[in-house]
Design a protein around this ligand. Structure first.
Ligand SMILES: [Fe+2]
Length: 267
């Protein structure tokens, strides 16, 4: 069985797994040269198909998406139309009746240079919960065959920020989940933005600078922004406000100290 995995979002990527063996996997940034690129992973898909010796997207048995709902670009490229497409059609019809002229509602047309990835049998397209995708990528590539607990800790994906799963045999089951107001990952990214680096890009710098910081300098300064848990219960949601995207800037000692503090809290 051949499965093509597709992620469209930050770090867009594709992979092909055949009978449990990864034949190819690549991030779109390798082709676009845009770090953490979020464009459609078209070149990644082409690369994976070629590496697996397949001529067409219709030669794979399943296409597995890493989110519960697809972006409009994905729907256009693969010829998938979700219920929102039907709803759009109805709205279009109503507006057309009222306005008595043609109405265009985000009817995305692809550029002519896009490859043909129209899926003939749409039933082979599967949308997975984003955190289940993360859990599966860790669970099915582990060395041990023992039953285990799986933690997925994300900024946010399909409304979850963190989830706890059990993995046994070929099954992964959800035990507990938390929403974005409990997101440690999001809080970490906000600190990264506050340090004038980029959300989804600069977190590695925050992590890398932490060892150079003085833990006494910013001690407890960030506590009020982070979610508080008692056991596995969220007792105080995080209060982070709106997220912003800053340009990359230089670093100085303040960065190291904040980085040290956020590292302490996350650990
Ligand atoms: Fe994620």
């Amino acid at each position: 069985m051949t499965v093509l995995g597709i992620h469209h979002g930050h770090d867009s990527s594709a992979a092909i797994v055949k009978d449990g063996v990864i034949l190819a996997d690549v991030q779109e940034e390798r082709f676009s040269r845009v770090k953490h690129g979020a464009s459609l992973p078209l070149k990644s898909i082409a690369y994976c198909l070629k590496e697996a010796g397949l001529n067409s997207i219709n030669d794979v048995d399943y296409i597995s998406f890493s989110n519960q709902s697809n972006t409009e670009e994905i729907e256009s490229v693969f010829g998938l139309k979700s219920e929102s497409g039907g709803l759009k059609k109805t709205i279009k019809k109503v507006l057309h009746t009222i306005m008595r002229k043609e109405v265009y509602l985000s009817n995305m047309k692809l550029p002519i240079y896009y490859p043909d990835y129209i899926v003939r049998d749409k039933s082979k397209c599967i949308n997975n919960h984003h955190h289940l995708s993360h859990a599966a990528s860790a669970y099915f590539t582990r060395r041990s065959a023992e039953k285990c607990l799986i933690f997925t800790i994300d900024g946010a994906g399909d409304k979850f920020c963190t989830a706890i799963w059990t993995g046994e045999g070929s099954k992964i089951e959800l035990q507990k989940s938390y929403y974005r107001d409990a997101s440690i990952g999001w809080a970490y990214s906000i600190v990264t933005e506050a340090l004038h680096w980029i959300h989804g890009d600069g977190e590695g710098k925050t992590m890398g600078l932490a060892p150079y910081g003085d833990p006494a300098k910013c001690s407890d300064e960030l506590d009020k922004y982070f979610p508080v848990f008692k056991g596995d219960e969220l007792v105080r949601p995080s209060s982070l406000g709106q997220d912003y995207y800053w340009n990359e800037g230089g670093s100085y000692q303040f960065h190291f100290d904040e980085a040290k503090e956020v590292e302490k809290l996350v650990e």
